[in-house]
Design a protein around this ligand. Structure first.
Ligand code: SDX
Length: 431
């Protein structure tokens, strides 16, 4: 528990209430209001949770003003430069970077869980071929609890560990199967001789009729994209996973709930929406028209890939992603990609516009990722599934932290009720 360093006093209707103030290792102090309703018979009101800490965590720290993102204290910039996705998974899950032996053992455990139960192939066949891969993933990941009965008991640390490894290992396989199913190609089994990112590319792009060799440039870029999306504090989908888990739901059901929440265009669906927006803009000369629309409150239009609840400065992941876009498209010989030119010019124009400056709107992690994914050959419908693969380790790490918290209880917010007061039933003949 954080240290309680001082007290805040609330005065209401002539009475005073002392609220403990907890000091974190990083970030703002926290007012502890847990006893407020019992003592003062009042609720607090914070619909978007803009000023609410929902839990105590040691996993990820974000400083929105500094544009800082730490995973267990390691900066995302250093991890992106020196680490790789499975090592970041270990760091998020267990709290420390692994030794060579620990990493080897962890990689081996994940690798040996990449196949899915063969019966799952038939489960896919119930979906229409034109289903969005996110729809398929929500269904199939939730259905994992129908196949893996030996990792459902959340009170058993061993079963929690197996469920975590299974989901990290199988999400790429399930996402690749959703993609193959949507394009009418046969499922491709994982290949344990390939690394995590390379195996995902193999399962998406290889076909039985030809040999497929993983392009190391694409594999490295995919691994970096996965690292940049691994975890992000108490975002909407992580909060969904925690809330689902607080009821004691099995881990597969909780991750399926997180995937469902991530799908929204305000959250993980923004990478697909952003690329579709860049395509709609099409050329640099049309950018002013779209910037004007984004500034017009009545248009309902927002620049996808811009803005963030926490980052009121640059999103450090977007900076790394932009460098990666330049590098990957250059290596692929498509650095004159018109979408990349539109994105860079849109960023330049927006960042010099008073509207975006005043509202502290900067490109976020979704602004450049789609350009790289499209250059790799993915359709926009696969962008959010790739985000879901990457974030699975963050969801699971946060879920494990919550389950292990001895103070954990079911999440059950209250409300500010402004509806009808008591009234009597009126028979239909008199309405
Ligand atoms: C992710 O939380 C996380 O950590 C998420 C994430 C993660 O890793 O888990 O980082 C991943 O979801 C990134 C965000 C992806 N979403 C988008 O790119 C969609 C476009 N952006 C937005 O819709 C918006 O910026 C949010 C949802 C990201 C943040 O919304 P907030 O913090 O609730 O801010 P807001 O909606 O209250 O906007 C503040 C003001 C508003 O104007 P006013 O009402 O104050 O006049 O800024 C405006 C908004 O209209 N605004 C935008 C804008 N985003 C906010 N105007 C134009 N274009 C935008 N993109």
């Amino acid at each position: 528990m954080a240290e309680t360093t001082k007290t805040a006093t609330l005065t209401l209707d002539g009475k005073s209430y002392d609220l403990p103030v907890h000091s974190p290792t990083l970030g703002p102090d926290v007012l502890d209001i847990r006893k407020l309703y019992a003592e003062a018979d009042v609720f607090t009101f914070d619909p978007g949770f803009t000023s609410t800490a929902s839990c105590e965590s040691t996993i990820t720290y974000i400083d929105g003003d500094k544009g800082e993102l730490l995973h267990r204290g390691d900066s995302i910039e250093e991890l992106a430069k020196h680490s790789h996705y499975l090592e970041v998974c270990y760091l998020l899950l267990y709290g420390e970077l692994p030794t060579a032996a620990q990493l080897d053992d962890f990689t081996g455990r994940v690798t040996r869980h990449t196949m899915v139960h063969e019966q799952m192939h038939y489960f896919f066949r119930g979906f229409r071929r034109d289903s969005h891969p996110m729809a398929t993933m929500v269904g199939v990941v939730g259905a994992m609890s129908a196949f893996y009965h030996d990792s459902l008991d959340i009170s058993d640390p061993w079963q929690r560990e197996v469920a975590a490894i299974r989901m990290i290992a199988k999400l790429p396989t399930i996402a690749a199967m959703a993609y193959k199913y949507s394009i009418g190609q046969p499922f491709v089994y994982p290949k344990n001789s390939l690394d995590y990112a390379g195996n995902f590319l193999h399962m998406c792009f290889s076909i039985p009729a030809e040999d497929y060799v993983v392009n190391p440039i694409l594999s490295k870029a995919m691994d970096r994209i996965m690292m940049l999306h691994a975890d992000h504090e108490q975002n909407a989908s992580t909060s969904t996973v925690r809330l689902a888990g607080s009821s004691g739901a099995n881990p597969f059901a909780c991750i399926a709930a997180g995937i469902a929440c991530l799908w929204g265009p305000a959250h993980g669906g923004a990478n697909q929406a952003c690329l579709e927006m860049l395509k709609e803009i099409g050329t640099v000369d049309r950018i002013p028209e779209f910037v004007a629309k984004a500034k017009d409150k009545n248009s309902g239009f927002r620049l996808m890939g811009f803005g963030h609840r926490v980052y009121k400065n640059f999103d450090p992941r977007a900076t790394v992603m932009k460098e990666s876009a330049d590098e990957v498209l250059g290596l692929l010989g498509v650095d004159n990609n018109p979408l990349l030119q539109v994105a860079k010019e849109l960023e330049r124009i927006a960042l010099s516009d008073d509207y975006f400056i005043s509202k502290k709107l900067y490109p976020n992690v979704d602004f450049y990722s789609g350009i790289i994914l499209e250059a790799m050959g993915f359709p926009t419908s696969m962008f959010t599934p790739i985000f879901a693969i990457s974030r699975t380790v963050g969801w699971i790490s946060q879920w494990k932290e919550m389950i292990a918290d001895k103070n954990q209880k079911i999440g059950r917010p209250r409300q500010l009720y402004v509806g009808e007061t008591h009234r009597s039933y009126v028979d239909v003949r008199h309405r």
